[in-house]
Design a protein around this ligand. Structure first.
Ligand SMILES: [Zn+2]
Length: 512
């Protein structure tokens, strides 16, 4: 067993509070005057660079509590912390670290009295099976209330991973864990009912990473630092409570949150709410600011200017296929990221961003963007001008051709389609019309050319055979056709140009 206290002359001293230097303790140990308070045999003193110093019997077989178990640093540090903590609790007295109960030959980690009753705290770090029941019965028989607090190295970590976890026997009797690394108590039995007006889940959302409980050392440390700094109590998603040891008080076998801690938590919660509101206001301002920039570019340059926030920061915009995030603009002198409250990879990952959204800031952003976008804008304008010119030319040609075609509209046009081909009497003369197209202007060009030709030939009727669109030439050299020119569409094109359209049946009736 690793021990923190020993007897020096007739006084109990410890090896951790700095009263005696390492060198002094080493000297005394060499003189064999540091004694076991129970059996009066000498202790040796052990210390290293990192490890917590401790005493132990020189002869390991001497005076051992038969239940003694923990040889771990977790146990050593834990019983020390809990001892220091319970000492400071109101109404608690006669606190003894590593005391001895002769009746039961047990050496509990901590003994104390409260309200005239005897208590022990056992900080249990190594899983034990049936032993717990025996020890508990022994304490009970001696009129002692035993409080069992479990370590996290062997207990909690395993309980966190997966659903196949089987609770150890002792965990049916206690749900209080002490984490020596974070100096925190994790327990469902901490009384947080007095935390009125605080939505703990909402608070949790602000700064807690859900996977912290898988004990990523860095994350855990960051989180605990944060909790300690802010005097915070939080409830994890699995309904367990975590609280720094210094916020707790002992009251009649119950661990409670101190009154001033409750005030701190409430204050923190309200402050968080305020900050959230502030953050949202900033975002709204920023979003308005961005909108202003879009509007400016759309109005000024008569071109599309799309508002597409990126996935990552949601604060940028897209222009001419280029993404402009406010993160990039952060380097510009114009946008002042005066407050980025952002702790990377920690429990807190909200970021607060402010930009200079004044008129002046706007002018500066625009002037910088203008510089960056000058070429893009010029290019886009050239394309726009070209497209406009092209559209104008088409319109002119359209009007011109429509006028020219009107001289032919006094006669109907017979439209024959591919499916009529085999049934045509041999005396009917027709012209193949090759100009069917989705583009009416193309139709007009061909039609004008063909009608001019027919007029020169003194044709007494305008009869056009509309072929199906040639699709491809097969390997045998025969053309394959696809029904692409739907008669209805072709007819409506001709009608739109002012012609009366007659079909196969009309033609056959007329020639008979
Ligand atoms: Zn001893």
């Amino acid at each position: 067993m690793l021990i923190l206290t020993c007897k020096l002359r007739n006084e109990i001293i410890n090896c951790y509070d700095g009263t005696h230097s390492k060198e002094q303790l080493k000297k005394w140990a060499t003189k064999k005057i540091l004694l076991c308070p129970v059996c009066d045999k000498p202790y040796e003193y052990c210390h290293g660079q990192v490890k917590t110093p401790y005493f132990r019997h020189m002869n390991k077989n001497e005076c051992e509590d038969r239940f003694s178990e923990s040889e771990t640093e977790e146990h050593l540090n834990g019983k020390r912390d809990l001892f220091e903590w319970i000492k400071k609790q109101k109404g608690v007295n006669n606190v003894v670290l590593e005391g001895w109960i002769p009746e039961t030959k047990q050496r509990p980690d901590i003994m104390f009295e409260y309200g005239g009753k005897k208590y022990v705290i056992e900080y249990q770090c190594s899983p034990i099976a049936t032993e717990y029941v025996e020890r508990h019965e022994l304490y009970k028989a001696s009129g002692i209330t035993d409080i069992w607090i479990l370590g996290t190295d062997k207990y909690l970590e395993k309980s966190e991973i997966g659903k196949n976890f089987r609770m150890k026997e002792i965990e049916k009797h206690t749900d209080i864990y002490y984490d020596v690394y974070g100096k925190s108590i994790i327990s469902k039995s901490i009384d947080i009912s007095r935390l009125q007006n605080v939505n703990i889940d909402e608070m949790l959302y602000f700064f807690m990473d859900s996977d912290f409980r898988y004990y990523n050392e860095n994350k855990r440390k960051l989180m605990y630092d944060f909790i300690l700094e802010n005097n915070l109590v939080i409830r994890s998603l699995s309904e367990e409570y975590i609280s720094p040891l210094n916020l707790l008080e002992f009251n009649d076998n119950k661990i409670l949150i101190k009154e001033d801690a409750i005030n701190n938590i409430q204050n923190f919660y309200f402050k968080q709410k305020e900050e959230k509101l502030l953050y949202q206001n900033k975002l709204t301002k920023l979003s308005d600011f961005r909108k202003l920039i879009f509007e400016y570019y759309s109005a000024e340059h008569d071109i599309n200017f799309s508002c597409m926030p990126s996935q990552s920061d949601g604060l940028g915009f897209k222009y001419a296929k280029q993404y402009f995030g406010f993160n990039n603009i952060a380097n510009y002198p114009t946008v002042n990221f005066c407050k980025i409250n952002y702790i990377y990879d920690s429990a807190i990952y909200e970021k607060l961003i402010t930009v200079d959204v004044s008129d002046n800031g706007f002018k500066q952003v625009i002037s910088l963007l203008d510089g960056q976008l000058a070429d893009e804008i010029k290019f886009k304008k050239e394309i726009n001008d070209f497209v406009k010119k092209y559209e104008r030319q088409r319109k002119e040609e359209f009007d011109d051709l429509k006028g020219k075609l009107s001289q032919f509209t006094n006669k109907p046009i017979y439209l024959l389609f591919k499916e009529n081909n085999n049934k045509l009497p041999s005396n009917i003369r027709f012209k193949f019309f090759e100009g069917t197209s989705d583009d009416l202007l193309v139709v007009m060009r061909c039609l004008y050319k063909d009608l001019k030709f027919l007029k020169e030939k003194n044709a007494n009727k305008y009869v056009f055979m509309i072929p199906r669109k040639k699709w491809r030439t097969s390997s045998t050299g025969r053309s394959q056709y696809k029904v692409w020119n739907h008669p209805r569409e072709v007819i409506s094109d001709f009608e739109e140009l002012g012609f009366t359209v007659l079909t196969y049946d009309d033609l056959i009736t007329e020639v008979k």
